[in-house]
Design a protein around this ligand. Structure first.
Ligand code: GLU
Length: 300
């Protein structure tokens, strides 16, 4: 089973779509099922109405899925039960600036490594008021987050080296790493195809899987889309929301064809009319290892 796991932080854009195409095609080609999960845990960036709009965009592009749509916001009891099983955790109110100040800058695309400042903290020292503390998992030398990514290859840096004791909840809200790992495991997801912006926290998910006695899925982390300046595709590169292309009257076939050509899933002069047309020849491992440089000229 595969899954599409959009966050309703805004409209669906081309970067999401390329990864979703890969996830959908890989699983449908193998005759497998696809789950649609909306990652709507409380987040300041979530926009009301965004989930209905993204579901509509997905359908317009030709995606389908099996069974009911899962919303993370309905699964809080499951996450809280897992948090209880992970105990002991420790609270931490270090700010990003505190953590940054304690180390040299991380490599681009990497998360900040937490140096363990609040581990063993005096229990009488009060926490900063007004903001619930983060709960961190104290890592031990037995926690091994190394794994082999089915697309990106062996990932030999441990969670401890990459993230340090990572956050599994803020107040009583579970963190993304825990929620998505648990959702995938409980739904029986076997293959996770997603953007390689999440690669640096995947060792943390492997550690969580082992701690919770779950088997991690196979991970396929694909490079992201970037603009002609090499930076991650964003508003500065123009409007790459699916809604904007729809409003401009572009048919889905043009977007699918452009993304499939640039991803080397079809020949540079081939065209497809629907997502399904990509199924026979699809090869996830043909996808270039380098970030896909997008410009609207690819739609010509
Ligand atoms: N919800 C995340 C996103 O939209 C994807 C997480 C995942 O695929 O595990 O970026």
């Amino acid at each position: 089973m595969g899954r599409l796991a959009p966050s309703p932080t805004g409209a669906l854009h081309l970067g999401n779509i390329r990864t979703f195409m890969a996830a959908w095609l890989q699983m449908r080609q193998a005759g497998g099922r696809i789950l649609l999960r909306i990652e709507d845990l409380d987040h300041p960036k979530h926009k009301p109405g965004a989930d209905a709009a993204l579901i509509d965009d997905l359908r317009w592009l030709g995606f389908d899925w099996d069974g009911p749509i899962v919303r993370q916001s309905t699964r809080l009891p499951a996450y809280r039960a897992a948090l209880a099983r992970l105990a002991p955790l420790y609270p931490c109110d270090c700010t990003r600036a505190d953590i940054q100040g304690a180390q040299s800058a991380p490599h681009p695309g990497e998360v900040l490594r937490y140096p363990g400042t609040c581990r063993g903290r005096d229990p009488n020292r009060p926490f900063s008021p007004g903001k619930p503390p983060a709960w961190r998992l104290p890592l031990t030398p037995r926690d091994d987050g190394r794994f082999t990514d089915a697309f990106a290859g062996p990932q030999m840096r441990t969670a401890d080296a990459l993230t340090g004791d990572f956050v599994v909840a803020r107040g009583d809200e579970p963190a993304y790493v825990l929620a998505s790992l648990l959702d995938d495991a409980e739904a029986g997801v076997t293959d996770v195809v997603r953007g390689d912006d999440i690669l640096p926290v995947t060792p943390a998910q492997i550690v969580l899987a082992h701690r919770l006695g779950l088997s991690p899925p196979a991970y396929w982390h694909l490079p992201l889309l970037v603009g002609p300046d090499g930076r991650r595709l964003a508003k500065r590169h123009g409007d790459t929301r699916i809604a904007a292309y729809r409003a401009a009257g572009l048919p889905p076939a043009r977007l699918l064809t452009a993304l499939a050509r640039a991803s080397r899933w079809i020949a540079p002069d081939a065209t497809v009319a629907t997502l399904r047309d990509l199924l026979p020849a699809f090869d996830l491992l043909a996808t270039p290892r380098a970030p896909l440089v997008w410009s609207d000229a690819l739609l010509q």
